[in-house]
Design a protein around this ligand. Sequence first.
Ligand code: DON
Length: 565
Amino acid sequence: MAATPSGRQVGDPAIPNRVPAVFPAGWRFPAGAHATFAPHAIVASNNRLAAEVGAEVMKQGGNAVDAAVATGFALAVTFPEAGNLGGGGYMVIRMADGRTAALDYRETAPLAATRDMYVGANGKLTGESVIGPKASGVPGAVAGMIEAHRKYGVLPISRVLAPALRLASEGFLVDSTLFRSLSGENYRIGGFTGKSVFFPNGVPLPIGSRLVQPQLARTIRLITDSGSTVFYRGSIADSIAAEMQRSGGLITKEDLARYRPIWRRPIHSSYRGYSLISMPPSSSGGTTVTELLNILEAYGRPSPFGTAERIHALASASQRAFIDRNSKLGDPGFVKIPLSTLTSKAYAKAIAKTISHDHADPTTRLLSNVREGNETTHYSVVDRFGNAVATTTTLNDLYGSGVFVSGAGFFLNDEMDDFTASPGIPNMFGLIQGAANSIAPGKRMLSAMSPTIVLDPKGNLLLVTGARGGPRIISATSQIILDVIDHRMSLADAMSAPRIHHQSLPDSIRVETGGVEPAVLARLREMGHHVYELSGIASAASIMRVRGGYDAMDDPRSHGGAVGF
Ligand code: DON
């Protein structure tokens, strides 16, 4: 099972002319690190145990979709901060025969949800969109994963779910990552019944203890036997509805019975001769990554990595793409989205013309022009046939709303906070969004999740990527693609490279501490940018095709791994 380190430096991958990266002196990750190499098939995930499950299923003859589903269920067991049955996500698929697909299994607002449900009598937000039973959307994860398997899987579902079932019923050892993750979250989990599972003696499960989850094992066994019906119309639906009634939440059995995952047409776009396959709305991810890259392509030749010129171009393109994201995107079943315009080269060209080469434009000014006219997890899989799957799934916050479905053994999301709770008031990610993303019964809340597959100019698979980190997902995903295509970095360098983020409002560039040379910071401020340092921008998990196989890597900002054979 263990994959061997590639042992190869830059300059060897299938894509010729990889160039050794040079990072700022104060940057915390080294350039020239190694990814994990596997000749046939590989999974990269924020959680190593789950990546092992994906690889195991492919060794048994499963394809990349089987492996993605197996990894997804395993994450719900071994990575409860983000892996989930009570959340939702997106999956972008490219089969080796060229077929592509995008599955939307995002949560929906319960039927009893109303536009202003989180606005208190004083006009301020109540905070109920973040913790507690009213924060949860109707979960889509189980329906989505079972549907992906139904359409593309080759192994029986019992084989695909067996490893997750084993991990839940026999348990696994709590490591320092899980211990640390739980330690900060008593305030969220402690008020609900998950407390007895994760804080058995009032303290987080100790490192080295075995976490056995019999309730969750029972849930996975039921899904193995009866598919998603048991979750949406059977005994698990009963447990969810009962939990909601007990604690004052909104999700009913009718909400669950109505839930459907949706196959959508993936966004197909290009960047300097490479092709991208990405997620359309209800996620903003593919649209915004596409718009951002199109603007940069129109802006002109890329300046070298890490220069003020490059960061200015990147930030200004991102600022403009996020203005569109925050004002125009929402659930396409509820709002009309100008998708073909937003993803067109002509539109990007017009926007690129508004970017000056030497000064920043305040978002407020760009907004007036418009009027005229954390926690998640990503995993990437490639199988021995060349099928590729990029999946991002989330409960939104770590451990979602904190609400734990008694008897069924899993957390419910707090995805309702991704809606515009009140125009002009930022959500937990500081996003200020518009009416297109307002709350309505049955509607999907806008996401930033950006599972993306990139093909080289010959049409061969190059990159499978995506990230966690709220709106910073869009930045990390775009920049990994740009680092590979424009700066010719190896996968390890692209994953380790410092990132920046601009989401239009707040009107500033966020940079990772030590990731930008002091002289470059000074120059950006001279250009009129507000620049702030952050400890980390998102966390990705990616695979890149190289000569003889694949390099894969979890983000050095995370604690997962890549496993292949
Ligand atoms: O769908 C979204 O955009 C957010 N709910 C993602 C949240 C997230 O990535 C949190 N992780 N750090």
